[in-house]
Design a protein around this ligand. Structure first.
Ligand SMILES: Cc1cc2cn([C@H]3C[C@H](O)[C@@H](CO)O3)c(=O)nc2[nH]1
Length: 223
């Protein structure tokens, strides 16, 4: 998984709050053979040698948030380092949203001690300074937390059913702070898509923005 190999010429990270439609966007792009889609390894987080860290984190965040986020950081690093033959690599979320959205939210919400937060940030600094985790574009699916709350209920992923609305709102504000107000370092330019529409409108929007997302030269090669 970590072998040195050809790096994609163009790496895109799809960012957005819980339930913002990232998997729908990734599905749209998985049909292109010049795009390798790397989904968020949620199944790994649900089964670490038999432990469901995702469930533990939601059930007792003070005890498990750091453990969970430390494992998320490792599994996201694997995606960033994964080599691919495809000219474009599309990753669901990133080391960056882990740090500036999810971990920031947990620390500000008192779910992580300052010692845990410091250890996490030291790892983040070392990883981003010494390893090639560069990306070329961020696609931000901007959504209204009220819509997300409804979608999460409909999607009914078991571990997420107890997520309070305030948690989604806090995560939304951190995504906005990072990606539109640029409060934290941005590793790449950001393409903001309004993801409040229904699925069919979203599909049309993804089609329209395909050339923006898949770097112009790739589209020219294909046509
Ligand atoms: C990078 C990153 C993704 C990610 C997802 N999650 C949670 C939100 C959702 O309930 C679930 C799947 O995205 O995992 C998290 O708590 N911290 C994260 N950090």
């Amino acid at each position: 998984m970590l072998e040195k190999g050809p790096k994609a010429k163009f790496t895109v990270c799809v960012e957005g709050n819980i339930g913002s439609g990232k998997s729908t966007l990734l599905e749209h792009f998985s049909k292109f053979d010049d795009v390798e889609v790397l989904q968020e390894p949620v199944e790994k987080w649900r089964d670490v040698r038999g432990c469901n860290l995702l469930d533990l984190m939601y059930k007792d965040p003070c005890r498990w948030a750091h453990t969970f986020q430390a494992y998320v950081q490792m599994t996201m690093l694997e995606l960033h380092l994964q080599s691919t033959q495809a000219p474009v690599k599309l990753i669901e979320r990133s080391l960056y949203s882990a740090r500036y959205c999810f971990v920031e939210n947990l620390y500000k919400g008192g779910k992580m001690s300052s010692a845990e937060y410091s250890v996490y940030c030291e790892w983040y600094k070392m990883i981003t300074q010494h390893l090639n985790v560069n990306i070329d574009l961020i696609v931000y699916l901007k959504t209204d937390p009220k819509k997300l709350y409804k979608r999460i209920k409909e999607r009914s992923r078991s571990e997420e059913q107890a997520i309070p609305f305030q948690y989604l709102e806090a995560l939304h504000n951190l995504h906005e702070g990072w990606l539109t107000e640029k409060k934290y370092p941005l590793p790449a330019p950001v393409l903001v898509l309004d993801a409040n529409d229904n699925l069919s409108t979203m599909y049309k929007k993804f089609e329209e923005h395909t050339s923006d997302i898949l770097c112009q030269k790739l589209v020219e090669q294909r046509s």
